[in-house]
Design a protein around this ligand. Structure first.
Ligand code: RFL
Ligand code: PHB
Length: 392
């Protein structure tokens, strides 16, 4: 088997890259280790930046998103028993975000690809990427119990944080930067209408809580918990009681509605960057190259920005024969990646009490949140980052 661009991983990064390359007339093949149902049901991100929405629309994957997605013009912050709304369009010259789950983006991209191509193989586990520093790197994978080889002009690793492609970059070349946080998120899905029209990010001395949603009838909520928490050690009642306590406002005025909980899971929080994002003819995109803690809602959006830059670079190579944009790929992406790393770190450390922190640290967090609530400049900084900086 031979192709121009071999794509390892059929998550949002791999699927969108395949779509953009297909439209640019560049051959590619996607190899995904899991089956289709698993990939379509993996619960993850919920917030699409304006730029992500624009890309999905322009590549023909925006029809259901525009019908079912919910445009959000702001978020609420709860802290010190108070609430404050951050108005995105007013602070950013009209930008907003869309609530449309990653599961739905993935379903839409797979549906398009299964009709129009390019080839997408499920249950094709990549074992190794070899020859990054040659003109023809190869992907070794196992499909239907048979070991196979895909010869490529370029390989793109879109295989997430636990993928294998990153290891094609030699140890001596690769630098990694990492921070692990002393808390995790317990996430639930509940069959109940969201109790607020917009997301609520809540700081409290009991820990962080987030109210999000998947649809007008399904709520998605998160609680800060200790690392290594067993989600099933938390009864439904304990989860709702704890959410109530963390969202509580002085003087009341807002109520969290309860409903049947249909899923519980725990996600650790990590910041991670691998540099460079390219070595020879192997390139990395999305979570394969960088992870952010989910508090800034940036992970999926960064993956989309990477593949937009990459697809442009391959299209440029295809039409002009020049590798100029490919050569600039890593530097172009890393600038945006580090901005998002900083924002995600800022949101995380401002909103989560560290279990080891002192009352002094808690007062500093409240002072920072109060600054966002009282200064247009501070609120604008949050709104610009949250709605997303321009791609490329
Ligand atoms: P993915 O989605 O991990 O996809 C990688 C794919 O590669 C496959 N794979 C392999 N295939 C073949 N051979 C191998 N050896 C392979 N190894 C792995 C995997 O099966 C998988 O299908 O990475 P990608 O495409 O880079 O996409 C990144 C996003 O999934 C991720 O950044 C976001 O989900 C992060 N994230 C959020 N991002 C946002 O932008 N907004 C949010 O609101 C948001 N909320 C979240 C999140 C992530 C969360 N979790 C669970 C980590 C909330 C949570 C709770
Ligand atoms: C989600 O809906 O899953 C979600 C929303 C905002 C975040 C993280 C996750 O910051």
């Amino acid at each position: 088997m031979r192709t121009t661009v071999g794509i390892v991983g059929g998550g949002p990064a791999g699927l969108l890259l395949a779509r953009l390359l297909h439209q640019a007339g560049v051959d590619c093949v996607v190899l995904e280790s899991r089956d289709r149902a698993y990939v379509e049901q993996r619960q993850r991100a919920g917030i699409l930046e304006q730029g992500t929405v624009d890309v999905l629309r322009s590549c023909g994957a925006g029809e259901r998103m525009d019908r079912e997605g919910l445009v959000h013009d702001g978020i609420e912050l709860h802290f010190d028993g108070r609430r404050h709304r951050v108005d995105f369009p007013a602070l950013t010259g009209g930008r907003s975000v869309m609530v449309y789950a990653q599961t739905e983006v993935v379903k839409d991209l797979i549906a398009l690809q299964s009709v129009e191509g390019p080839p997408l193989l499920f249950e094709a586990r990549v074992d190794a990427v070899e020859g990054a520093d040659t003109d023809s790197p190869v992907i070794r994978f196992t499909h239907s119990g048979r070991e196979q080889t895909l010869h490529c002009d370029y390989v793109v690793g879109c295989d997430g944080f636990h993928g294998v492609a990153r290891h094609a970059i030699p140890e001596g070349v690769r630098r990694t930067f990492e921070r692990v946080y002393p808390y995790s998120w317990l996430g639930i899905l509940a069959d109940v209408a969201p109790s607020n029209d917009e997301l609520i990010y809540a700081h409290s001395e009991r820990g962080f809580a987030l109210l999000s949603m998947r649809s007008p009838t399904v709520s998605r909520l998160y609680l800060q918990v200790g690392n290594d928490t067993d989600p099933h050690a938390w009864s439904d009642e304990r989860i709702w009681d704890e959410l109530d306590a963390r969202f509580a406002l002085k003087g009341g005025g807002w109520k969290l509605e309860r409903g049947p909980i249909t899923s519980k899971s725990v996600t650790p929080m990590r910041s991670f960057v691998a540099e460079p994002m390219r070595y020879g003819r192997v390139l990395l995109a999305g979570d394969a190259a960088h992870i952010v803690p989910p508090t800034g809602a940036k992970g999926l959006n960064l993956a989309v920005a990477d593949v937009v830059v990459l697809a442009r670079a391959f299209a440029h190579l295809h039409t002009t024969g020049s590798t100029e944009l490919l050569d600039a790929y890593s530097d172009t992406c890393l600038r945006r990646v580090w901005r998002a790393e900083h924002f995600s770190y800022f949101m995380t450390t401002t909103l989560h009490p560290d279990p080891a922190q002192s009352p002094f640290d808690t007062r500093l967090q409240i002072a920072q949140l109060d600054r966002i609530a009282s200064s247009r400049a501070a609120a604008t900084e949050l709104a610009e980052n949250y709605t997303g900086l321009p791609i490329g």
